[in-house]
Structure formats: structure tokens, C-alpha cells
Design a protein around this ligand. Sequence first.
Ligand code: NAP
Length: 311
Amino acid sequence: MNNLVRETVIVGSGCSGLTAALYAARANLKPLVIEGHEVGGQLSLTTLVENFPGWPEGIQGPDLIANMKAQAARFGAEFKTGHIVKADLTNRPFTLDLGKEKIQTRTLIIASGASARWLGLPSEQALIGHGVSSCATCDGFFFRDKEITVIGGGDSAMEEALFLTRFASKVTLIHRRDVFRASKIMLDRARANDKIHFLPDTIVEHVYEPEKHEVTGLKLRDCKLDKVYDFPTSAMFLGIGHEPNAKWVNGQLDTDADGYLITNNYVFTKIPGVFASGDVQDRRYRQAITAAGTGCMAAIEVERFLEAEGH
Ligand code: NAP
């Protein structure tokens, strides 16, 4: 184990973690950011971000993240690739186990975000990367002039479907109900696009054909008619929401039924010195600007906590 005890470690490199890093670095706390599985978080998988204040024409998600990282680095934030395998939050300093290395820290900011949700079908899992994807911006390019499907009825599904019309000849949006969670503006945009076809009240039961290592179609169930039929398609994109990345905390902090960390006063967890920010603790807003906002709050609370302890 490295003998150095850090003032603060930030777990997660999305816009919440990077904002926390910026504030902690400017407070001279020399924060260490553990970048995690999805470096840059969800924004790094997005295209144009039009609702982050200060960018009147919008900004590409990966560019926004790169700017935030450069800004935090300029004030002394350090970055480490890898993810936490195990954490001991029962003793102070806290110990974070990265597998080949352990890190000790007086305070911790958990900004490990949320990851795309899957249907959980064995055939779906077998075809991830072979026509099944949760990232339209990463994989849409491979389906130029093909007929493809998007699953979900929220803003993510609408956004993916709209984005995929740039490549695909036809996008079928499959949703398990006929009521959509998507905001009116996104739903209207999708409905107005000639390339997007809606298939409501429908669930996916199987993805063909894992044995060929490619997607050739879906077995669908029409829930209203209770009828099963085959539907040809070249790809299935998931847009069915996200799971909080808090399993590594392993029950040491309270979560809600879906695994989101429970915080008080925005960023306080039940363990003094451990704060949580961004999508790992926010199932209500889940916006880049709110994740950045709670990242800022967490860093300010870290500074106050350390000061109160005389560090
Ligand atoms: P969401 O609003 O929770 O929607 C998830 C959708 O997936 C729902 O339609 C849900 O169906 C469906 N779903 C969930 N599990 C499923 C399963 N196992 N099988 C089939 N369908 C399933 O998630 P989201 O679309 O990712 O949006 C999350 C938040 O981010 C929202 O606040 C959204 O406004 C925001 N967001 C905004 C933008 C934008 O403004 N550009 C873009 C993306 C996301 P049910 O409705 O039946 O539950």
C-alpha cells in the first residue's frame, strides 16, 4: 500500500466528478480522479449538448468533457485510469482497492454515475458489439442504409432514434407501452421524422442470431393482441434508461430500491467524509448541469469537512 494519504479522491470522471475535481483542485486539495469504466461518463457517449448553459450553439459531449478535464488539470487535479474493486469506508482514512493498488484518502466523493440498462435476454447479451448496442453515437455508423430498431419510450430512445436516422434507411422504435415518458419536444421531433416508425405495446423476446454473430431480426410480442412474430432488423439499440454505478460501495451506504445512493442536503451520505454527487445519487434530474452542480457542492463540503478537522 502506498503510504500517502490523499486529502480527497473522486470516483468517476463524468461532468460531476470533473466539476468536483475543478473545485477541489482550486481549493488546493490535489484531488485524484479515478476515471472508472466509462471514462468521461455519459456525455462522452453523446453528440450535441444543447442545454448546457454557456454554449449558445451547443457543444459536442466529448468536447465538453475534454474542456472540463483540461480545466481541472490546469489547477492540479490528477487522473488515474482504472476502477475501484473494493472500498473500505468503515475506517478512516478510507481505503480504495483498485486491484493492483490501494489508495488511502481522508475524504471521498462518489461520482460514479449511471450506466446503460439492458433487457437481460441471453441472446441480447451474446450479441453486444455484433448489432446490439446501447450507444447510437458509437455504433450507428456501422448501419448505413440498414433497417434498425431502437428500444424504449423515454428521451434517450427518441434521441437515439433521431440520431440513427442519419445512417439508417428506417428506424423502428419499439416501446412496451403506448404511453411515452419522453418530453413532448423530443417525441414530436421523432414523430415528425419520416424515417422513424413507432411500434408501441411491443416487447422483445429474442434477438436472432447469436450463432451467426450478427443481428438478423427480433422475436416480438404484441402485448395488446398477445401475438408473437418475427421482425427482420440489422441492429437493436437500447435506450431504456440507466443503472446507478454504486455496487462497488457494497452496502456500506444506503441506497433506494433501484440502487441509487441516498444523500441528505444534496451530497452528504451517512458516513462523515463521504459525499456523493451526480447521477449515482440523482434519479430525478439526471442532467449534465445538475450533475456538475452537485459535484461542485460535494467539493465545497469536502473543503469544509477537512477544515473543520484541522487539515
Ligand atoms: P427513462 O426516462 O427512465 O425512460 C426509460 C424508457 O425505457 C421508458 O420508456 C421505459 O418504459 C423503458 N424501459 C425501461 N426498462 C425497460 C425494459 N426492461 N424493457 C423495455 N423497456 C424498458 O430513461 P431515459 O430515456 O434514459 O431518460 C432519463 C432522463 O434523462 C430523463 O429525465 C430524460 O428527460 C433525460 N434525457 C434527456 C435528453 C435530452 O433532453 N436530450 C436525452 C436523454 C435523456 P416505461 O415507460 O414503460 O417504464
